[in-house]
Design a protein around this ligand. Structure first.
Ligand SMILES: C[S@@+](CC[C@H](N)C(=O)[O-])C[C@H]1O[C@@H](n2cnc3c(N)ncnc32)[C@H](O)[C@@H]1O
Length: 244
């Protein structure tokens, strides 16, 4: 059981999954990848200039626009699914932290029969999905999601990311709390044999949580998809084969 992050390039996709291209795979993208420099307009902060420049030059942002995905994060789920075969035809899927809806789109493309999501932010309608606009940390959130599910889900996905305050300890605690709540929810609702994927930060999951997941799932891996920015501390945890 490896706890090391796995590079996501080595997966062996089946034919259907292989057809979903990521920017790295798409040769013709090379011609589209002209580098953009953004002039610092009066009043624009240097940080927003850098953000805009990064967005304009990010091949995943461009490819998401071309393929009609709502977020560059869509490619992270594509990669994770290629490597770990997470979503099967007819699956019931939960998406925690669903806005703007990139993972919802991918889960449905992968064959999910329905996606039930939640986010603090509104998500534009997607056929085949029901998204709650609600705080997942609200005591009522788990029951609200269960009411929409109407049965045990096959997969629980969490891309939850707390808004950072800039205060390192506070941000760390908020993030840990979200990951733990997502994991507890997954272990409460998943079907036997089901899968759980969550974003974690800074070197992976906390030891206690990792141990609990290892006890409750057949295997647990850390993974860093290519689409996850190199400088970002984010990493994903994939737990497969829930043992109820
Ligand atoms: C990285 S984004 C998710 C992107 C999404 N996977 C996609 O592909 O479009 C993280 C989301 O987590 C949501 N979030 C953070 N804390 C939350 C909370 N307590 N309850 C619900 N959503 C939350 C944010 O509003 C944000 O939309």
């Amino acid at each position: 059981m490896s706890e090391k992050p796995t590079k996501m390039s080595g997966g062996k996709p089946d034919a259907a999954r292989r057809s979903r291209k990521t920017p790295k795979q798409s040769k013709e993208n090379a011609t589209r990848m002209m580098h953009h420099k953004v002039k610092t307009a009066r009043g624009r902060k240097i940080s927003s200039k850098l953000w805009l420049e990064r967005q304009l030059n990010d091949p995943y942002v461009k490819e998401a626009q071309i393929q009609g995905y709502r977020s560059r994060a869509a490619f992270k789920l594509i990669e994770l699914d290629k490597k770990y075969s997470l979503v099967k035809q007819g699956d019931l899927v939960v998406d925690l932290g669903a806005a703007p809806g990139g993972w919802v789109q991918i889960a449905l493309q992968l064959g999910a029969r329905e996606v039930i999501g939640i986010d603090l932010l509104p998500v534009d309608t997607v056929a085949g999905a029901k998204i709650l606009e609600m705080d997942f940390m609200d005591d009522k959130a788990p029951d609200a999601i269960k009411a929409l599910l109407g049965g045990a889900p096959d997969v629980v996905l969490s891309d939850l990311a707390a808004n950072t305050t800039g205060h390192k300890n506070t941000d760390h605690l908020k993030t840990v709390a979200l990951v733990e709540a997502a994991a507890e929810f997954a272990m409460d609702v998943l079907k036997p044999g089901g899968h759980f994927v969550t974003k974690v930060f800074q070197g992976g999951a906390q030891k206690d949580l990792l141990n609990r997941l290892k006890e409750n799932f057949k295997y647990v891996r850390h993974a860093k998809p290519e689409a996850s920015r190199k400088g970002s501390p984010e990493i994903y945890l994939v737990a497969k084969g829930f043992r109820r």
